[in-house]
Ligand binder design. Structure first.
Ligand SMILES: CC(C)(COP(=O)(O)OP(=O)(O)OC[C@H]1O[C@@H](n2cnc3c(N)ncnc32)[C@H](O)[C@@H]1OP(=O)(O)O)[C@@H](O)C(=O)NCCC(=O)NCCS
Length: 221
């Protein structure tokens, strides 16, 4: 096992999670240009992104999120005479921030998007498992939510397979493509996560990050 990966809270089996900064504008612009992903994760009308939108997004990540990171492929280890290659960003994952007067509830919500060409390869599952571990083991959260538009059935069924419980459907909550759509709300409690992923928890302090996520490699949970 790569000793670099052991005990590293910013890595999982195949992925590394890096900060989102002002110099990430080009990457975020590429993400924003993926219209189908934008429509799948954003209740706003599908407006093409402006520079100001990207700047505001970076400010939101920095100022309002508990966690906001790029999901990156871990580069192959360089040979001794090569410079370390940079991780390749393929998506982003966020946890909403807790406001001062409601932080005692310990709730947060996941937002995730993977670049179109990298979808369907298990990276989303791996990143969600990673963020759940971060939330419960380091963020001291009690409950994590994730939502999806009803048309995005692949997404919310994936979340169910990862262990989220479908908690409700807001009927005709969103208007898009000429009609109203339901919104699907899912959640996972800390105790449920421990029951599902408990063997991984025991490894934290040892080599939990690597092992914990390896079960999601190439699997759909
Ligand atoms: C939803 C999403 C995060 C899942 O990540 P992923 O890396 O593609 O998912 P995984 O490879 O881990 O799992 C694949 C499963 O995701 C589901 N899925 C949902 N949307 C998908 C997409 N656009 N492409 C491929 N799989 C998708 C499928 O059910 C698939 O299961 P299957 O292979 O049995 O059909 C990702 O596809 C994505 O970013 N989509 C666009 C934005 C979006 O919908 N964000 C979520 C808003 S709630």
């Amino acid at each position: 096992m790569d000793s670099n990966t052991e005990n590293n809270p910013w890595r999982s089996a195949r992925l590394v999670y890096t900060a989102i900064d002002t110099d990430d504008e080009p990457f975020l612009t590429v993400m924003r240009a993926d219209a189908s992903s934008f429509v799948n994760m954003n209740p706003a009308p599908p407006l093409p992104g402006s520079k100001k939108d990207i700047t505001s997004e970076i400010e939101y990540f920095r100022d309002s999120c508990l966690l906001a990171v790029k999901i990156c492929l871990q580069p192959a280890a360089p040979s001794p005479d090569e410079a370390s290659p940079n991780p390749i960003p393929i998506g982003k994952i966020t946890l909403t921030g807790l406001s001062p007067r409601t932080s005692h509830h310990r709730n947060s919500s996941i937002g995730i998007s993977i670049l179109n060409t990298y979808q369907g390869q298990g990276y989303g599952s791996e990143a969600i498992r990673w963020v759940l571990r971060w939330a419960f083991m380091y963020g001291n959260l009690h409950r994590i939510e994730i939502g999806a538009f009803a048309w995005n059935e692949g997404a919310w069924k994936l979340y169910e397979r990862l262990g989220f419980v479908k908690e409700g459907v807001k009927r005709e909550h969103f208007f898009s493509a000429g009609r109203y759509w339901d919104a699907v709300d899912l959640g996972m409690l800390e105790g449920e996560w421990r029951r599902l992923y408990g063997s991984e928890v025991e490894k934290v302090g040892g080599s939990g990050w690597q092992n914990g996520e390896s079960s999601s490699s190439n699997s759909k949970a």
